[in-house]
Design a protein around this ligand. Structure first.
Ligand SMILES: N[C@@H](CCC(=O)N[C@@H](CS)C(=O)NCC(=O)O)C(=O)O
Length: 217
């Protein structure tokens, strides 16, 4: 079925290399909606996202930031294909995984290891702080181990349906799996197979980060 295109333009603000940016782009891809990117700096950035984070969204004259809020907005706007389950336990699992992503996986793992190994060297010419990476390994083991446990033998993180949890965690895992720490922890896990399946999706292929972010520096 041809998805109905919205007439108002979607603008995603920020650097497309950001995994949170990619989660929003993924949702729009899955919903069959087109969008464009706008880069903002300084005061202009703070007008879009007062906390200086990425991304922000503009849809016509409506603006929104906080990735979860954006994803839930898009899912409410375009109910098909649904990106949130209806079954209570699957809803609970999806929200739990989103919480793990926002409270532990990004701040304790990706923001350290991915920054040190990929973002800092690529974007700012920084040298990797090996001690910082090593210090984040216990948190990485706990986070990835727990997400892997919750995935179990399911097709998607919250069950047999693609949900917002998959869209938020896949862009983080895409980078984490590239780092030596992440690839060691993820080796042979069901989570690696899940990431492989996610990477095959048209939406993931359409939202690959810029070339220089696709490898460890
Ligand atoms: N709670 C925010 C978090 C977004 C976030 O932290 N984005 C990262 C990019 S992936 C960022 O802006 N990082 C800059 C920083 O950490 O200072 C959301 O859900 O949108």
């Amino acid at each position: 079925m041809e998805l109905e295109k919205d007439m108002s333009e979607f603008v995603i603000y920020g650097n497309p290399a950001s995994p949170y940016y990619r989660a929003v782009a993924l949702a729009l891809e899955e919903k069959g909606q087109s969008y464009r990117n706008e880069r903002v700096q300084g005061e202009e950035h703070l007008k879009v996202q007062p906390f200086g984070r990425i991304p922000g969204l503009r849809h016509g004259d409506y603006t929104l930031y906080e990735t979860q809020a954006i994803l839930r907005y898009l899912d409410a706007l375009y109910p098909t294909p649904a990106l949130q389950p209806k079954e209570p336990q699957a809803i609970g699992r999806m929200n739990q995984l989103i919480g793990i992503n926002d409270c532990y996986l990004f701040p304790q793992v990706a923001r350290i290891i991915v920054f040190q190994r990929i973002v800092g060297p690529t974007l700012m010419g920084l040298k990797t702080d090996e001690a910082a990476c090593a210090g984040a390994v216990p948190d990485a083991k706990r986070c990835l181990g727990e997400i892997n446990r919750l995935l179990g033998n399911r097709k998607f993180l919250a069950g047999d349906q693609l949900t917002l949890a998959d869209l938020m965690i896949a862009p983080q895992l895409y980078y984490i799996a590239m780092t030596p720490e992440g690839s060691e922890i993820l080796k042979g896990t069901a989570l690696t197979d899940w990431l492989g399946r996610m990477n095959e999706r048209a939406s993931m292929r359409a939202t690959l980060p810029p070339e220089q972010f696709r490898k460890v520096a």
